[in-house]
Design a protein around this ligand. Structure first.
Ligand SMILES: O=C(O)CCC(=O)C(=O)O
Ligand SMILES: [Fe+2]
Length: 250
């Protein structure tokens, strides 16, 4: 059902256009049908703060963040509230992302999923459309940026993350561009990625890849964040559970 449209996967931006190391943007990872399906599922099941320790607005007070974690998708299938084909699609799409990342970066060492998170970002009703804050301030994914020259690789940062990716699912909203920046204030933006169904931005998770998200000023932005690690201790156990649950559904 999900492969009605042949996918033409291709890398559209690399280090040169994005002006920094270990980063790329690709298209055609997901079909229109697949994006629509996942957006609809998220509309039904995303919960405020899911995957953000319950916080409604973890990155800016101007927006509401709702999540649909792999964990909850699995649970919903387990209790019979979600058709297993949707969990399978969630797994398949993110698996495709992993293969493409391994291919592009020529990853030789074993790579594990570490965390998978479908997120909706929506402006709160009273937030102005001309706001200048970011939906997600500039940060690195595996260390805490203390200043423009130093990133501390210690808790509460997810220090084990080696590669990061965002799979975008829609474009019917305003703002919400993903940006790579040379500095914490987004004064020197190196690359701008406009979300769109099937587009993916992927990069190594360290200080070399400072990034953030511009304010979402209208509508809702849906994307799946996927993080990978070489450290088996931090492999996503929810993914194994999801596969186990799918086996019992046959
Ligand atoms: O949603 C995005 O485009 C980026 C999110 C992000 O950088 C993060 O969650 O660490
Ligand atoms: Fe990030």
């Amino acid at each position: 059902m999900f492969f009605l449209q042949a996918l033409k996967y291709r890398v559209i931006m690399t280090e040169k256009q994005l002006r920094g190391p270990n980063r790329f943007v690709s298209e055609g990872l997901a079909s229109t049908e697949e994006c629509k399906t996942l957006v609809n599922i998220a509309k039904m099941f995303a919960i405020t703060g899911d995957g953000y320790e319950g916080k409604r607005s973890p990155h800016t007070v101007m927006e509401k963040f709702s999540g649909f974690t792999l964990n909850r998708a699995t649970l919903l299938v387990y209790v019979g509230l979600l058709d297993p084909k949707y969990l399978k699609l969630y797994l398949d799409l993110t698996e495709r992302a992993k293969l493409r990342i391994q291919e592009f970066f020529q990853v030789k060492k074993k790579l594990y999923f570490s965390y998978t998170h479908l997120v909706r970002r929506s402006p709160l009703p009273d937030s102005p459309t001309n706001r200048t804050d970011l939906s997600h301030p500039i940060h690195a994914d595996n260390c805490i940026v203390l200043d423009d020259n130093y990133c501390k690789k210690s808790s509460p940062a997810y220090t084990w993350r080696d590669y990061s990716a965002i799979i975008f699912l829609n474009d019917d909203f305003e703002g919400g561009e993903f940006i790579f920046s040379a500095d914490l204030n987004a004064e020197e933006v190196q690359g701008v990625v406009k979300p769109k169904c099937g587009r993916m931005v992927a990069f190594s998770s360290g200080f070399e890849n400072l990034h953030g998200v511009r304010a979402v000023t209208k509508g809702s932005r849906y994307g799946i964040g996927v993080w990978f690690t070489h450290d088996s201790e931090h492999a996503e156990i929810e993914r194994n559970m999801a596969h186990q649950v799918l086996l019992t559904q046959k």
